[in-house]
Design a protein around this ligand. Structure first.
Ligand code: EZ4
Ligand code: CO
Length: 402
């Protein structure tokens, strides 16, 4: 079998997605998600100009060699644009392989390690009252694991909390909007939030929280300590991860489980975190982590240290990435939990999935390949809309991490 052509489709059914369709001489095709929130066209053009010409004529079964060719063959390694493009190609090749052999991708990776996947979704409100209401609503729907984010008193807009009903931080426009942050206000408020949640909902609910790289290592240690007795499932991205050693300080100060890595692109971004056992969950996802091929290796390394994989699953990645995560999660032994934020209704005009998704749970399907369909005619009805993630500043306008 040979690759004859690759389509790059950019569409915006509710938000922007970059999709690739790898076509073969046998008529079988594979789908990949190349979406990088706020930088979509960079990946699309990188694929068109530099990656796709190298794929023509290659055997799509050679997933390992093609991955090595695209990663090591290119001298310039790593980077989110590069790795997202490679990730999309890799998942599309696994999709082809599964379809050609008539098996779901998880059966090519190691089969089923579990009957279903636990998922968590997002509960957020602009203030304590609305956040508690939202948790109650989601719990009634059947969710038992929730990422809880709440507006901080005295701060206008806060990461994870938006005025409209669904969490979607990217905003249409020619440049990013700006948000304001105050770590002191946040640190004072956040223990009160989780105290109120435990008081109202008891100890059963699994609670997650995302700090979104906002704290210094010492502030993160303090927050971890103050949240310890609320038994969080995890505390995510407490500090920016370029400084992997920062996690040592946090780790030595608190036993709150730590998750990190949604913006990581290679195993090298988490190598020292894993081998020094400084975190509990790795949040790399298939598209941004360079595909299924390298992510299986990350999972293997993490498994040696009882560290679990918990793929980033935001609605800013398409159902194709989610499907790749589902196959990966189904097969690895060290699966933690899968994030599932849900999608706006119009997404199903373009993407159709075969997995059974219910509140708090995903059951993998045995459809050959990744088990996703894309309707290209429908995609054309939703043209790209330039959008950006926000930029974040302190009250005095010093630039801070978003
Ligand atoms: O802000 O996907 O854990 N989830 C997150 C996400 C990220 C967005 C960025 O594109 O932190 O919601
Ligand atoms: Co996150």
């Amino acid at each position: 079998m040979k690759i004859i052509d690759v389509d790059v489709i950019v569409c915006s059914p509710g938000r922007n997605f970059v999709t690739i369709k790898v076509r073969t001489d046998e008529g079988i095709f594979g789908l990949g998600d190349a979406t990088l929130n706020g930088r979509e066209l960079a990946v699309a053009e990188y694929l068109r100009q530099y990656i796709i010409p190298c794929l023509i004529g290659k055997d799509p079964f050679d997933t390992e060699d093609i991955w090595q060719y695209l990663y090591r063959g290119v001298y310039w390694r790593k980077g989110p644009v590069n790795m997202t493009a490679i990730g999309a190609v890799d998942m599309a090749l696994w999709d082809i392989k599964g379809k050609a052999l008539g098996v779901p991708v998880y059966n090519l990776l190691g089969g089923r390690s579990r009957a279903y996947l636990d998922t968590y979704t997002h509960a957020q409100g602009t203030d304590l009252t609305s956040t508690l209401e939202e948790i109650g609503r989601l719990q009634d729907l059947g969710y038992s694991a929730l990422r809880v984010q709440c507006g901080v008193p005295g701060l206008d807009k806060v990461y994870g909390v938006s005025s409209h009903d669904k969490y979607e931080p990217a905003r249409e426009g020619e440049r990013p909007v700006e948000e304001v942050w105050d770590s002191h206000k946040y640190i004072q408020f956040i223990p009160k939030l989780f105290e109120a949640v435990r008081l109202e909902f008891g100890i059963e609910l699994r609670l997650l929280h995302d700090v979104h790289h906002r704290l210094t290592p010492n502030e993160a240690a303090l927050v971890g300590k103050r949240l310890e007795h609320f038994d969080l499932f995890w505390l995510e991205d407490t500090t920016p991860a370029e400084n992997q050693d920062a996690l040592r300080l946090i780790r030595n100060s608190t036993s709150v489980p730590l998750a990190i890595g949604e913006i990581f692109n290679t195993v090298y971004d988490c190598q020292s975190l894993i081998i020094n056992q400084l975190v509990d969950y790795i949040r790399m996802t298939i598209a941004h982590g360079g595909g299924i091929t390298p992510m299986m290796k990350v999972a293997s390394l993490a498994s040696l240290y009882q560290i679990k994989m918990a793929c980033h699953g935001p609605s800013d990645l398409s159902p194709i990435n989610l499907a790749a995560c589902i196959h990966f999660d189904t097969t690895i032994n060290n699966f933690g939990i899968q994030e599932y934020m849900g999608y706006p209704a119009m997404i199903s005009d373009v993407f159709q999935i075969s997995h059974n998704i219910t509140p708090g749970r995903i059951e993998p399907s045995d459809t050959p390949g990744l088990g996703v369909e894309v309707d290209l005619d429908a995609a054309r009805k939703y043209p790209y809309k330039k959008s950006f993630l926000p930029v974040n500043r302190l009250v005095d306008r010093t630039l801070h991490n978003w």
